[in-house]
Write a protein that binds this ligand. Structure first.
Ligand code: HEC
Length: 153
């Protein structure tokens, strides 16, 4: 018969797990149970959820690899939008709004607006826009989360 853990055993186990997590800097096993420790991480996590619930994932892919929308990973999104503010404006306006309010091309690389990117400014709050943009710049773009939050804020 399997031995039941006594409460003291469980406490010791928890303490040991906490210690192991503290000692191992990058520990995937610990990530699952830990809550975001900094404001920047919290922003990235909230953005990760929005990227799926708002459907960005359908057009840009779970890895930001691009589907009907262009790729966002491999530094691409940072090349198009070196400054966060421009990317916030783009996601807020979408293709049609950008073309109407800004012009026929977008980003530092002056990409021609081809259409198909929806408007999110009427669906998402400023905070949510910042979160999803922070997520793409950090996780797909590879930028430092703290720097991104400072730039996007
Ligand atoms: C229905 C498909 C679709 C959805 C949903 C969508 N996008 Fe897009 N996205 C596009 C297309 C298409 C483009 C290119 C638009 C153009 O050329 O006018 C684009 C362009 C972009 C770009 C510019 C990238 C570059 O380097 O050119 C960013 C950033 C972006 N989308 C972010 C997002 C985010 C964030 C979301 C969710 C909040 C989202 N998109 C949802 C289709 C989509």
């Amino acid at each position: 018969m399997a031995r039941q853990h006594r409460p003291s055993d469980q406490r010791r186990l928890r303490t040991m797990t906490a210690l192991a997590c503290a000692l191992v800097i990058v520990a995937p096993a610990c990530d699952a149970t830990s809550t975001p420790s900094t404001e920047a991480e919290a922003q990235v996590e909230a953005g990760r959820v929005l990227f799926t619930t708002e459907g960005c994932v359908r057009c840009h892919g779970a890895e930001g690899q691009g589907i009907v929308g262009p790729r966002l990973n491999q530094g691409s999104v940072l090349r198009t939008f070196p400054r966060c503010g421009d990317q916030l404006r783009w996601v807020s306006l979408g293709s049609a709004g950008w073309e109407r309010d800004v012009g026929p091309s977008y980003g530092a690389t002056a990409k021609p607006v081809q259409g198909g990117m929806p408007t999110f400014g009427s669906r998402l709050s400023e905070d949510q826009l910042t979160q999803v943009v922070t997520y793409t710049r950090t996780v797909f773009g590879g930028a430092n989360a703290e720097d991104v939050v400072a730039d996007c804020g």
